[in-house]
Ligand binder design. Structure first.
Ligand SMILES: Cc1cc2nc3c(=O)[nH]c(=O)nc-3n(C[C@H](O)[C@H](O)[C@H](O)COP(=O)(O)O)c2cc1C
Length: 186
């Protein structure tokens, strides 16, 4: 069965990303087309990239890099749950992505974003990053507004129509994740 990681892309105390990612995971867990797992980059305590060799060489020297690689390597596809910080994704998520290379290659990804402009600019940046990592990123995208999907910009109350978009995004992630798995098997 396909393994899809739902990655929490913010690490700050009081983050709303955790509630968003858990909501996505709860919806995903009702499906039977893949195994969905929450991955919290906060759990890995990654410092700013401190590997002496470029990640594309795969020569990881630090225990935290090896643990992070071991979490990402078995996954076939990803759902990145990202905030928008200064019109991009979070530094924490970019740093976590930068730590690895081959563990991302020839896999698929979808996005769930949130912010005052629903995080769309964060996802546009992430799509550029996906190309370099050889990740096939799907079109369907869940965009949550701080004004209408959160009470007081903090308590998560998603509008009901987002559930259908989560479903459409996961449909595409599973389809492309499966296709990329056959590519990796070649
Ligand atoms: C450093 C920083 C920069 C931010 N920049 C933006 C921004 O450019 N656009 C936006 O819509 N929201 C911005 N925000 C607001 C965040 O979208 C909001 O605080 C959200 O709760 C952050 O996600 P998190 O709680 O999971 O960390 C910014 C927040 C922070 C902390």
């Amino acid at each position: 069965m396909l393994k899809v990681a739902i990655i929490i892309g913010s690490t700050r105390p009081g983050r709303i990303g955790e509630a968003v990612a858990k909501w996505v995971h709860d919806l995903a867990a009702k499906r039977h087309d893949a195994h969905y797992e929450l991955i919290d980059i906060k759990d890995f305590n990654l410092p700013l990239l401190d590997e002496p060799m470029p990640p594309s060489q795969g020569k990881y020297s630090k225990a935290h890099t090896k643990a992070w690689a071991a979490a990402i390597e078995p996954c076939d596809a990803f759902v990145f749950v990202t905030p928008e910080y200064n019109h991009s994704t979070s530094g924490a998520l970019k740093n976590a992505i930068d730590f690895l290379y081959k563990e991302w290659n020839n896999k698929a990804a979808g996005f769930v974003s949130y912010g005052s402009a629903s995080g769309v600019r964060a996802v546009e940046h992430l799509r550029l990053i996906m190309a370099e990592l050889q990740i096939a990123d799907v079109r369907a995208q869940v965009m949550l507004s701080l004004f209408t999907d959160f009470e007081n910009y903090s308590s998560f109350k998603p509008a009901p129509h987002h559930e259908a978009t989560v479903g459409a995004m996961l449909d595409q992630v599973v389809a492309w994740g499966g296709a990329m798995k056959t590519l990796r098997a070649r």
